[in-house]
Unconditional design. Structure first.
Length: 300
């Protein structure tokens, strides 16, 4: 249960997950969840047998991993939902209540860097998805995970490797060919970087090799990582042109429409939007996708 007084007005993390990620568009949200489901399932599968385990979901967000873990731990297990957002913890608690599993769940406000509300050696399995990209001190996060695990405990995580995905080629914007209006796209990219929170540096300051090093340095004797790189035209296509413009790629960034509005005058906006609309209708976006799945096992 959430401690009294924890819930509050939506913060930028909650606003993004419940609104800005999917442009308040139901179909876009359906597509997002459809794309996330295989990642969720792989993280769970690679965590190993969960029956009767105590699982910690670090950066639980709206509960994508933790709610699925509740189904796997069974009546003898439990899931600790940890996040820095009171609003998201409240959301996850309500979801657990709706599925009749809140009695096997605990909700704690905790930073990934220290997991201060989680006791030493108290969990069997840690899972996390796309959380370390927002953590400046990633070695501290791995050390905290090592601290709260019981002997022989294990980690299963996924992280996008943004260093390999960004910046996009100069002739691409959101995966679409913008070479005929490249001078306008350049302005938008510059403003997009300016409008993004400086904390986004943590999203591109590491790669797959760094993740392995952090885990080893934290004291995990057994670490495995799989890096996946895919170029699949159309795989990340938005549900509609408007949802593409109004979806923010992460909680620290503006939407594409916001960046265009700030970067260009009215005539320039018309030129770029007309071109992007034509590309959206007639072609598929082409983007490089890079993601790493890591598992680590502590000493018994």
């Amino acid at each position: 249960m959430l401690p009294a007084g924890m819930a509050g007005t939506p913060d930028r993390w909650a606003q993004w997950l419940t609104d800005r990620r999917d442009a308040s568009d139901g179909e876009q949200r359906r597509l997002s969840l459809e794309r996330l489901a295989p990642i969720r399932d792989r993280v769970l599968d690679q965590a190993g047998a969960l029956e009767g385990a105590t699982v910690l979901d670090v950066g639980c967000g709206d509960g994508l991993l933790g709610l699925a873990a509740l189904q796997r731990v069974g009546p003898g297990g439990a899931v600790i939902f940890a996040d820095i957002s009171p609003s998201l913890l409240e959301h996850a608690e309500q979801a657990a209540r709706d599925c009749g599993a809140v009695g096997r769940a605990r909700f704690v406000r905790a930073r990934a860097e220290d997991l201060a509300e989680v006791a030493d050696g108290s969990v069997d399995v840690i899972m996390t998805r796309s959380v370390l990209i927002y953590v400046a001190d990633k070695p501290a996060a791995f050390a905290a995970m090592r601290r709260v695990l019981r002997p022989g405990g294990r980690i299963s995580l996924f992280e996008p490797i943004n260093e390999l995905m960004y910046p996009e080629p100069r002739d691409r914007l959101w995966g679409y060919d913008v070479s005929p209006v490249g001078h306008l796209a350049d302005k938008v990219k510059d403003v997009f970087d300016r409008l993004s929170d400086p904390a986004t540096i943590s999203m591109t300051d590491f790669d797959d090799r760094d993740l392995v090093r952090y885990a080893v340095d934290a004291g995990f004797p057994e670490v495995h990582l799989t890096l996946e790189l895919d170029v699949a035209p159309g795989a990340r296509r938005a549900a509609s042109f408007d949802s593409m413009l109004d979806s923010a790629p992460n909680p620290l960034a503006p939407t594409l429409r916001e960046a265009i509005r700030d970067a260009l005058d009215e005539d320039e906006r018309g030129q770029l939007l007309d071109h992007l609309r034509d590309m959206f209708v007639s072609s598929q976006p082409r983007q490089l996708w890079a993601g790493a799945y890591l598992t680590a096992q502590g000493a018994a």
